[in-house]
Write a protein that binds this ligand. Structure first.
Ligand code: NAD
Ligand code: UGA
Length: 460
C-alpha cells in the first residue's frame, strides 16, 4: 500500500515526552513542520523562551536540539485545533496519571486527557489523519480512540497507531537520537510505513519494530514493569546485604556479569521514582485483576510494595541512628529530583523520605541543583520558612549545624564533596547516610563522620 508522505505533524502535549521527542523529530526531519501544542500557556511560553536555559524540561543536550530547529520547522503553540487541522499526523502525548477517584482509583490510569485529545482531533482534523498514541496507555486503548474518531463528521478518515516512548529522563536526547528500538503497533500498513519513514531518517531499519496494536501497547507497560522489578529486586537484596555483611555492589557486579542477567538497572538506591514506573505497574496490576489474573496482579503489585518499604526503611534508619529521635535536629538532604540530570520530582523517593523525617520533627536543609523551592514546597505540601525545612544553595549550607547528611539523588557534584570542610560545620557526632552510594564514603569517614551506605551498611 502506498504510504502517505508526512509534511506536517502536530503533537498534543508539550511535556517531558512531547517536547524532547518532537524536537528530535524536527531536528532530524527538516522537511517536516512540527508543532507541539498544549493547553498550558505557561509551559508553551517557556518552550518559546529566547533563553534556552529556561526550557520547561531540563535535559542535557536539549537546548542545542531546540536551538537548531525552533522557528525553522519546530513550533510551540497553544492553538491546538489550528495545529491539528494543518497536520497529516497527530501524536497524543498527554499525561496519563493514576486515577485518584472513582472506579479503579489508586491503580487504573486516568484517560480523561487522552479522551479529550481524541475528541479534539475528531472535531478539528481535516482529510486523512494518522493518529499516534505516544502516551503510555492501557492495552486496548486504541480501540477507544478509534471509536471516538469514528464519530467524526464531514468525510474525515483516520488511522490509529501505537508508538510508545522508551526514553528515560536525564538521557532523553541520546535515547531519542539512538534508540534501542522504535516500536510501531498498528493494522494499517500505509500508516505504519509513513511513521517508520520518519524514524527511518535516523534510526536503522532493523531497530524499527512493528507489531499489532495490542502488543505495542502492552510492551510499554511490560518494559517498565521489568525495569522496575529489577530495582525492587536489587533493593531487597541490598537490605539483606546490610544485614549480613555482603556488599550489594559486589553482588550486583557478580550477577551482572552473567550475560543472561546483564549489568544494567542493578543500582541499589532509595527506591525508584519518576512519573511512570509506579503508575504503569499499578495499571498493569489493575488490568490483570480485570482479566481475572489475581496471581499475576499480586506478583507485580509486590514490586511497588517493596519500593514503598525501601523508602520508609531509609527514613526509619536515619531516625534510629540519630539516637531514635530527629525532633529539632537539622538534616541536610542532598538531592530532591527522582534521579540525576533532571528537574523532575514526580514520585521522587525524596518526597516520601522527607515527609517521614518532617513527621518526626526534623528540620531539613534541602539542596538540589535543578529543583526549585516552589516545587519542593508543592511536593512536601508545606511552604519553606515555617522552620521545618529550607531550600539551600550548596553542600556547606546543607551541612551547616546538621547532625546528618542524607544523599538521595546521585548528582555528580555529590561525588566531589570536600568532606573535611563539611564535617567542620556539622554538629558532632555526625552522619552521612548515602542512599545512592554516590559519595566518597572513605573520605567522609576519614573526616570523622559515621557513614552508612545503601546495600553496604555502616562503614567499620
Ligand atoms: P507531562 O505531564 O509532562 O506532559 C503532558 C502535557 O499534556 C501537559 O503539559 C498537559 O498540559 C498537556 N495536556 C493534557 N491534556 C491536553 C489536551 N487535551 N490538550 C493539550 N494539551 C494537553 O507528561 P509526560 O511526562 O510528557 O508524559 C506523557 C505520557 O508519556 C504519559 O503517558 C507517560 O506515561 C508517557 N511517558 C513518559 C515518559 C517520561 O519520561 N516522562 C517516558 C515515556 C513515556
Ligand atoms: C523509565 C524507563 O527507564 C524508560 O524506558 C521509560 O520510557 C520511562 O520510565 C517512562 O515510561 O516514563 P525514567 O523513569 O525517566 O525512565 O528513569 P529511569 O532511569 O528508568 O529511573 C527510574 C527510577 O529508578 C529513578 O528513580 C532511578 O534513580 C531509579 N533507578 C534506576 C535505580 O534506583 N536503580 C537503577 O539501577 C536504575
Amino acid at each position: 500500500m502506498e504510504s502517505p508522505s508526512i509534511r506536517s505533524i502536530c503533537c498534543i502535549g508539550a511535556g517531558y515526552v512531547g517536547g524532547p521527542t518532537m524536537a528530535v523529530i524536527a531536528d532530524r526531519c527538516p522537511a517536516i513542520q512540527v508543532t507541539v501544542v498544549d493547553l498550558n500557556a505557561e509551559r508553551i511560553a517557556a518552550w518559546n523562551d529566547a533563553d534556552l536555559s529556561q526550557l520547561p524540561v531540563y535535559e542535557p543536550g536539549l537546548d542545542g536540539v531546540v536551538g537548531r530547529a525552533r522557528g525553522r520547522n519546530l513550533h510551540f503553540s497553544t492553538a491546538v485545533e489550528e495545529a491539528i487541522a494543518a497536520a497529516d499526523m497527530v501524536f497524543i502525548s498527554v499525561n496519563t496519571p493514576t486515577k485518584t477517584k472513582g472506579l479503579g482509583a489508586g491503580q487504573a490510569s486516568d484517560l480523561k486527557w487522552v479522551e479529550a485529545s481524541a475528541r479534539t482531533v475528531a472535531q478539528a482534523a481535516q482529510g486523512h489523519t494518522i493518529v499516534v498514541e505516544k502516551s503510555t496507555l492501557p492495552v486496548r486503548t486504541a480501540a477507544v480512540i478509534q471509536e471516538i474518531l469514528a464519530s467524526a463528521e464531514g468525510g474525515k478518515s483516520f488511522a490509529v497507531l501505537s508508538n510508545p516512548e522508551f526514553l528515560a529522563e536525564g538521557t532523553a536526547v541520546p535515547d531519542l537520537e539512538a534508540p534501542d528500538r522504535v516500536l510501531i503497533g498498528g493494522d494499517d500498513p500505509g500508516a505504519i510505513a509513513a511513521l517508520a519513514a520518519i524514524y527511518g531518517q535516523w534510526v536503522p531499519a532493523e531497530r524499527i519494530l512493528t507489531t499489532n496494536l495490542w502488543s505495542s501497547e502492552l510492551s510499554k507497560l511490560t518494559a517498565n514493569a521489568f525495569l522496575a522489578q529489577r530495582i525492587s529486586s536489587i533493593n531487597g537484596i541490598a537490605a539483606f546485604c546490610e544485614a549480613t555483611g555482603a556488599d550489594v555492589r559486589e553482588v550486583a557486579k557478580a550477577i551482572g556479569a552473567d550475560s543472561r542477567i546483564g549489568p544494567k538497572f542493578l543500582q541499589a538506591g532509595p527506591g525508584f521514582g519518576g512519573s511512570c514506573f509506579q503508575k504503569d505497574i499499578l495499571n498493569l496490576v489493575y488490568l490483570c485483576r480485570h482479566y481475572g489474573l489475581e496471581e499475576v496482579a499480586a506478583y507485580w503489585e509486590q514490586v511497588v510494595t517493596l519500593n514503598t518499604w525501601q523508602q520508609h526503611r531509609i527514613a526509619r534508619l536515619v531516625v534510629n541512628k540519630l539516637f531514635g529521635t530527629v525532633s529539632g535536629k537539622r538534616i541536610g538532604v542532598l538531592g530532591f529530583a527522582f534521579k540525576a540530570d533532571t528537574n523532575d520530582t514526580r514520585e521522587s523517593p525524596a518526597i516520601r523520605i522527607c515527609k517521614d523525617l518532617l513527621e518526626e520533627g526534623a528540620i531539613l536543609q534541602i539542596l538540589d541543583p535543578k529543583v526549585s523551592e516552589r516545587q519542593i514546597a508543592l511536593d512536601l505540601g508545606q511552604a519553606a520558612g515555617d522552620g521545618s525545612w529550607q531550600h539551600v544553595a550548596d553542600v556547606h549550607q546543607a551541612a551547616s549545624g546538621a547532625d546528618a547528611l542524607l544523599l538521595l539523588t546521585e548528582w555528580q557534584a555529590f561525588a566531589q564533596i570536600d568532606w573535611p570542610a563539611v564535617a567542620a560545620v556539622m554538629r558532632q557526632p555526625a552522619w552521612l547516610f548515602d542512599a545512592r552510594a554516590k559519595a566518597d564514603g572513605g573520605a567522609a569517614l576519614a573526616a570523622g563522620l559515621q557513614v552508612w551506605t545503601v546495600g553496604e551498611g555502616i562503614k567499620p
